[in-house]
Design a protein around this ligand. Structure first.
Ligand SMILES: [Zn+2]
Length: 192
């Protein structure tokens, strides 16, 4: 019989909470839990910053350069992540914005979603997720400003402990988006 250390560990956990891992409903649970954890942490085995390696300018067919110097916002991107303190899910929406820097480089819209996914699909805390996205954008695009807002509900708060679902908001702003006025406008554009 080939054993899998991941399956064995989940089985041991079931025994530790007084369950019978051989009953029908639990027979495939060790495998399912292990596979779910692998899937939900697949971003940890990638470098999400790689999604920002391809940037482009806004030159048209005649080589005419257009400089876009205002806010670009990808809003209400849904995500799910895994709380590293309890191995329980947290999920919600991320709003990611930047103002292109002097070089005028921009990034494809889907890349922001990929960036979010890469950092969300790992053992996380919401505060770190927010900072990692902001820092990745800062380093890759050298933008004039960055803002990241994440709004999420945490299963570990809803299902155990205080058992109050609640919503957690985290915000990171850099450069031109870090002023009180710019933060206010960003929050309004995000629907707050
Ligand atoms: Zn937690």
């Amino acid at each position: 019989v080939v054993t899998n250390p991941g399956h064995d560990a989940v089985r041991a956990l079931l025994v530790a909470i007084g369950e019978n891992p051989d009953r029908e409903g639990l027979r495939d649970t060790p495998k399912r839990v292990y596979n779910a954890l692998l899937e939900m942490t697949q971003g940890a085995r990638t470098d999400p910053r790689a999604h920002l390696e391809t940037t482009f300018d806004l030159a048209d067919a005649n080589g005419e350069h257009t400089r876009y110097g205002d806010l670009i916002l990808s809003s209400a991107l849904p995500f799910t992540s895994l709380c590293e303190h309890h191995l329980l899910g947290f999920s919600g929406e991320a709003h990611i914005a930047y103002i292109p820097g002097a070089g005028g480089r921009v990034v494809g819209l889907s890349k922001l979603a990929r960036l979010l996914e890469g950092y969300a699909q790992r053992l996380q805390v919401q505060e770190r997720l927010t900072v990692q996205i902001a820092e990745a954008l800062e380093h890759a695009l050298e933008p004039a400003g960055v803002a990241v807002l994440i709004r999420a509900q945490h299963s570990c708060q809803a299902c155990r402990g205080v058992r109050k679902p609640g919503v957690m908001l985290t915000l990171q702003t850099r450069g031109q988006l870090a002023t009180a006025e710019a933060r206010g406008e960003f929050l309004r554009l995000c629907g707050f």
